[in-house]
Each structure stands twice: as C-alpha cells, then as structure tokens.
Design a protein around this ligand. Sequence first.
Ligand SMILES: Nc1ncnc2c1ncn2[C@@H]1O[C@H](COP(=O)(O)OP(=O)(O)O)[C@@H](O)[C@H]1O
Ligand SMILES: [Mg+2]
Length: 431
Amino acid sequence: MGKGMARPNGEAIYRYRADKGWSQERLAFEAVLSRPVIGRAEQGRRSTWITVSKIAKALGIGDDVGKILLPTRDGPPIIAQAISETGPFLLPPPPLTVVGRDRDVVQLTQRLLRQEHHPSSDGGNPITIIRGLPGVGKTTLAAFLVHQQELVGSFPDGILWCTLGPTANVLSELAHWGLALGIADAIEASTVAMAKTRLAGFLHSRRVLLVIDDGWRADHVAHFLVGGPHCSMLVTTRLNEVALAVGSSADAIYTLNVLSYADALELFTRLAPAIAAENPRESQELVQKLEGLPLAIHVAGRLLVAEAQNQWGVEDLLRDLRADTETLLKAPAPADMADSLTDAAPTVASLLNRSTDRLSARIRTCFAQLGACAPDPATFSLASLRVLWKTKDPRPIIRALVDRGLLEPMGTSRFRMHALLAAHARTLLRK
Ligand SMILES: Nc1ncnc2c1ncn2[C@@H]1O[C@H](COP(=O)(O)OP(=O)(O)O)[C@@H](O)[C@H]1O
Ligand SMILES: [Mg+2]
C-alpha cells in the first residue's frame, strides 16, 4: 500500500453512520469531504489516512480511528503524512442533468489538458476562466468536467476544488487544500502568504487540477493560483472584471453562453415532461421567454411540476410565467445552488441581489431604469442610454454594468440584458 494510505473498514463506517441516521451526504458534510470519497471509503477502497481520520472525527470516534480501519498484515495501519498515490479528490458530486454542453465540455477538456501538456513555461496558459451570467451553468459544467475520466486520469495527484463567493475565508479554504494534500504546515499556517508558499512548493512537481469556483474578488482568486508547471487551473466567475484581472490574456477567458433554444426546450421537457407534452405551444413560448438560462428553466420547471401535483393552475401559472418573469424571482433557488448561498431560504432574487447589492447607488438606479423601459428582448443602443440616464457619456455606467456581468455588449454600440436580469431590475425600481 502506498504511503499515507489506509484500508478503511467500509462496513464499520456504514454502521457508525447508520447509527447516527446520516446519509452519505451528511457524513461528507460533517467530515468536510466529498460524497464520492465517503462512498469509496464505505466500499472499503484504499483511502488516505487523512480521509479516514476526518471520517472518524465526524463520527465521534476521532480518538479511536482503528474502529474504522481494517487490520493490515504488517500490524497496525500505516500512518504517514505523505500524499497518497492516487491523490486527493475534493469534489462536488457530479451533476444529475447536463444538457447542451457537449461542445463546451470538449473545448474545456482540451484547454485543461493542453495546459497540462504544455506547461506555462513554454507559453501555454495555465489558467482557464469560465465566465458567464449567474445561473448559466458555470458550476454545473465545472462539476461535470472534474468527473470526466479523461481529466481524472490526467491529474493523478488529485483534483482540488474550492467555492469562494463574495465573502470567502481564504486562509481556511487554503488550509482545507493543505489538509487534502496532507501538508501539515499548510494546515497550520497562520497567514495566507505562508499557506500559499507551502502549497505552491508542494504542487510544483505534481499534476493536480485546481478548481476555484465562483470567484468574486481577483485578489481572493489569486491566492489559490498555486499550481505548478504540471498543474491546470480552472476559475469560474460571473464578473467580467475578475475574469480580466485573473486571466493573463483574453484567450484565457471562456465565455459560457446560455443554452440554444432547442437545448433549453430539451431541458424543460426533461424537468417537466407531462407539462411539456400536454401544453406544447405554451411550453415553447415559455422557454423562448426564459432566453436559455438554465437557472430560469429549472425554477420554472419545478414550479410547474409542483403546481401540477396540486391538480390545478398549471395553465394559469404557465400564463403568468410567460407574461412576467418576476414570478421566478420569488421562487426558491435550486437546491444544488444552495451551497453558495447563506440565506436560510434562498430565492432566485437573492442570487441576483448579490450582484446588484454591490453596485453604487447611482449605478444601481441606472440598472433599475433599464428594467423599467426594457424592450422585449431587452437591447439598448448607446444613444438610448444617453437619454435614459440623462448623461452625455453613458460609457462609465455601461462599463460598470458590463464588468459585473449585468449587461452584455453586442458589437460596440448596442447592449443586451438577460430577461431574468431585466425582471430583477424592475423589482429594484420599486424598492
Ligand atoms: N447544462 C445544464 N443542464 C441542465 N441543468 C443545468 C445546466 N447548467 C446549469 N443547470 C442548472 O441550472 C442551475 C444554475 O446552474 P449553476 O451551475 O449553479 O450556475 P452558475 O454557477 O453559472 O451560477 C442549477 O440548478 C443547475 O443544476
Ligand atoms: Mg456557480
């Protein structure tokens, strides 16, 4: 067995877990591990010593780890600090449905592998940034990618993942990586600089994929770019300004677009098959209205399915949703997005508020005004923005909104706003 590896007693882990009435997800949560790691340990597959000790601690038997280890032929289990042979995998579970992303998967896989085969020293770009609207599917795509066999096989020393958000605790996230890699002095580092140096030193000779999900501040993201020449790094962000600051060139940025109409309809049909079959025309109109945003399609699909269980109101709700996207804003955010939200009952609006709360009062008012007079679909010319905002030069405001991913340039003098953001803007005006 490799250094740092232990043979967990899968049955014992299962028994302790079942006694607590916990699911694998719950144990993963308590142990700060991913669900698949727990699954592997319960199958009795080789796990790192660190994994096993984290599981033991979560189960309340931290002082007696032997209870969940199989005895080895050479006596007591080997306890070592070194990294395992297969490397740690600190990952979210693979997403349940991914529609319409075949091309993105191929292109991003190629980029990540190219980085790995042509390390940055000879001009390759070690960082790829996925940028796109909130709810377009950045996290989902990244979570899907890191479970692809091709990528897993290319990064034998492991895949690390962290989710930052606007208020990340950088030091504790770095310590988490240190823990996964088994670097004691990165776990105990008292400053970010120290933890970074340790991690970077360790990763210099290794092949690890680093994923930094949901970056909100370029200075935060920079602390996690500790990969060495054989590592690849993937960052996701809704903010243009972060993408530009983190990428060494515009090539590093991969813009993730909304789904095509056909893929959006396919997703809706998968989520609400009966409704799509019974109300084909209305469903098509609704999907058109949602402008290919997976978040909006998920929320609409779920609302409709819930309504259908009540045996009434599907047609009304379909009509409401088509007439006014605002109904979606009040609906709960999908469960798989709850991770990145701290509210007790996150709604779609709270997801978008995170972007607009950060605007200055003046820019937020300008954004709200866009919603009030948005045509359908919402596009604006430079000239119309000048009039609307009563300013000779609307470019600084446009720039601020584009930086935050709230407005998209179409060419040089026209701008577009997603339907869900336009609905959100209208609600701001009433506040
Ligand atoms: N390609 C896709 N197919 C199916 N569902 C998707 C897809 N992309 C995203 N989703 C769903 O849409 C919602 C938003 O996706 P997420 O990845 O969290 O967006 P982002 O990270 O860009 O804000 C989630 O509920 C997710 O499950
Ligand atoms: Mg995300």
